[in-house]
Design a protein around this ligand. Structure first.
Ligand code: MSP
Length: 663
């Protein structure tokens, strides 16, 4: 019988639906995904929950502004959040929405347990409330602004149900003492302990002024206050009242930003203790990503979006940067400059270069098969030792969630391998038996090192590590590879190298930043765009989208409508691929009166060189637009063929003059 795997249940916060994810939210979710992948490679059965926090005044107001019912508004937003996580390759195992019925039932059940155990009573509350953060601000006076977001507080008096948080001062302090790992990092634990030592006030957990919330059964118009509702989502996601069946509760790790640590380490364990339910094992609070030293928020207009970065540099680059540049737990500044610098130095010149160099040398010298090493020299052994030692160090750092350290160790080994190759110069060795044997040793050593760093970096770089793993001819699925079995010396001579794929093409920093910013701008301030025509569409599906919106056959247009489209013969002067846009080519086209830059979605079907000098039909009076951050001023006409909409460019059978109008 196979041994049953140990479970590991981790969560991200459930995010508010009054905005879309920025880099701050992406950070928490990326970290959760890295831990999920890492723990799986250490043999755990891992479940990760994320979701959306959908109740409260903010949503009421946003829905009203949008002119739709709250339920419709949140459904759309929850879809958008879920879709973005999917698109970024970090989908949840469990995605919980606080409007899910199973969540509603869990919150009502938790309340019932707390009440039955004598920890809930009815009273009145007057306080200063921040409607943006959904929190009363203790010690604030009327007229004060919110200490977190700086916006005006509102005075609120209402009948509430209260939770007897004051009864939990001692149980919580005892719990922290018995479980010193519960609050991480240590500095946060100390903060929370002094906060609890200072005394706990009872907590209002229902509202009568809010309509959009989970009803307190038999006590309408009371609805649950946001934190009693939101925190419970972690439990609803894995069984709620039937949590024992699923066997995942208590959570092993709640990942949160430092802004919400108090709710997770004071309120949440107290609610659970009151209901006599198991308390989570650990809450880890990370710092904030700051933009110009301020917390990112849409209201401040300083948000960084994940999608443009991913389009330009790839998801792995973003993941690497988020984890490498900031010590987990501390605040960090986000800058595009630092991001692109890291990308070029560590990914393009570091891992990417080592992989392509090693593979090319093995291809050339050993017909694409991993060579058998000969006698070892001291420098080979030094490198082997360094890589072997790195394994333990990296695992230890991943265990402590010291991601920056783990990556630093991996990249130190990569740098050592680079240096080793440069000094051993296998390319300069001849064909004598001794030289061949030396070449084999050096290349096997480098490839083995590459295998080790690839396995270790998989949790952070899942796409690119998989590519390198395939390149090294490894057949085990990397995400399922058990890191506990990773040792120096396992790379089998004779293994055929696999397919080589683009890893991290170098980018020009200024151009990359310009394009990321321009894509972010497009996303934040979308302009209603005309349906994307075939050849200028960034994806082949753009063609079918255009077809789908084309007028029905009976909707004939008049000649005057057709005359609005100015089409001319153009000649392609230059053509190049665009980093971060697999389907697009950037062309310069002579249209007779001027040379235009035009993007065309034909990169998968036409080699850039084959297009130079070719004459094509061009729509020249289209409004300019940006595709993946690159300006496109016109459209190349192409037929859209087959179910995939393969573009086929126009051609002229007779000589035509550049600039001639198509009528
Ligand atoms: N809905 C509550 C959480 C309820 S959990 C039971 C909430 N939502 S939120 O949308 O505001 O997301 C907060 C979380 O997003 C933070 O705790 C943090 O994990 C992440 N971040 C939001 N902005 C951030 C930065 N600028 N930097 C890093 N992480 C940040 O609070």
């Amino acid at each position: 019988m196979p041994e049953k795997k140990e479970k590991f249940y981790l969560t991200t916060p459930i995010y508010y639906t009054n905005g879309l994810p920025h880099i701050g939210h992406t950070y928490t979710t990326v970290v959760a995904d890295v831990i999920r992948r890492y723990k799986r490679m250490r043999g755990y059965d891992v479940v990760m929950t994320t979701g959306t926090d959908e109740h409260g005044v903010n949503v009421e107001r946003a829905a009203k502004k949008a002119g739709v019912p709250e339920s419709e508004y949140v459904a759309k937003m929850a879809d958008a959040w879920r879709a973005l996580w999917d698109e970024l390759g970090i989908p949840a195992d469990e995605f919980i929405r606080t409007t899910d019925l199973k969540h509603v039932r869990t919150v009502q059940w938790l309340f019932k347990l707390c009440r039955e155990n004598g920890y809930v009573y009815k009273g009145h509350y007057t306080g200063q409330y921040c409607i943006y953060d959904n929190a009363f601000v203790n010690d604030a006076k009327p007229g004060d602004n919110c200490p977190d977001c700086g916006r005006p507080l509102e005075t609120v008096t209402e009948e509430n149900y209260f939770f007897k948080l004051s009864s939990f001062q001692k149980p919580l302090l005892d719990f922290y003492k018995k479980n010193p790992e519960f609050i991480q990092p240590d500095t946060r634990r100390n903060e929370i302990i002094s906060f609890v030592e200072g005394g706990l006030k009872d907590l209002s957990i229902t509202r009568t002024t809010i309509r959009w919330g989970i009803p307190v059964p038999g006590e309408e118009p009371h609805v649950f206050y946001v934190w009693f509702d939101a925190l419970t989502a972690y439990l609803s996601a894995v069984g709620g009242p039937e949590y024992e069946k699923r066997g995942l509760w208590p959570a092993d790790l709640h990942l949160v930003g430092k802004d919400i640590i108090r709710f997770h380490t004071v309120y949440w364990p107290a609610f659970l203790m009151a209901a006599m339910l198991p308390v989570p094992k650990q809450v880890w609070a990370h710092g904030w990503f700051l933009m110009d030293a301020a917390k990112m928020s849409k209201s401040k207009g300083n948000v960084v979006l994940p999608r443009p970065i991913v389009n330009m540099l790839g998801m792995d680059a973003l993941r690497y940067f988020l984890l490498r540049d900031v010590v987990f737990g501390q605040d960090g500044n986000f800058s595009y400059d630092a991001l692109v610098t890291r990308y070029n130095s560590d990914l393009a010149n570091g891992l990417g270069n080592l992989a392509s160099r090693t593979a090319a040398l093995i291809e050339k010298n050993f017909a694409g098969k991993i060579p058998k090493p000969g006698a070892l020299k001291p420098q080979d052994e030094v490198l082997a030792k360094e890589a072997q030692n790195a394994i333990g160090e990296v695992l230890e750092n991943f265990d402590k969630l010291s991601f920056a350290r783990a990556l630093e160790t991996i990249w130190t080994v990569i740098a050592a391998a680079d240096k080793y190759l440069t000094s051993e110069q296998p390319w300069a060795l001849g064909n004598s038996e001794a030289d061949q044997s030396r070449k084999a040793t050096v290349l096997w050593t480098t490839a083995e090192l590459l295998r080790i760093v690839t396995a270790l970096s998989f949790p952070v770089l899942p796409d690119s590590a998989t590519k390198v793993w395939t390149l090294l001819g490894q057949s085990v699925v990397l995400g399922k590879f058990e890191l506990d079995g990773l040792r120096w010396g396992q790379l089998g001579p004779g293994t055929s190298l696999g397919k080589s794929q683009t890893l991290f093409p170098r980018v020009d920093k200024t151009e990359a930043i310009e394009r990321i910013e321009s894509m972010a701008n497009e996303e934040l301030n979308p302009t209603p765009a005309a349906p994307a025509p075939a050849a200028s569409a960034p994806t082949a599906t753009g063609a079918s989208a255009a077809a789908a919106t084309a007028p029905a056959v009976s909707d004939k247009i008049g000649i005057e409508d057709f005359a609005k489209v100015e089409m001319r013969v153009g000649q392609i002067k230059t053509a190049e691929r665009i980093v971060g846009a697999d389907k697009l080519l950037k062309l310069t086209v002579d249209i007779g009166t001027e040379i235009r830059q035009i993007c065309a979605g034909i990169a998968q079907y036409y080699e850039p060189e084959s297009l130079i000098g070719r004459k094509v039909a061009v729509v020249v009076n289209l409004a300019p637009r940006k595709l993946r951050g690159v300006e496109s001023n016109g459209m190349i006409v192409a037929a859209s063929v087959g179910p995939e909409g393969r573009p086929v460019l126009t051609a002229f059978l007779e000589e035509v003059e550049v600039g001639a109008r198509l009528k």
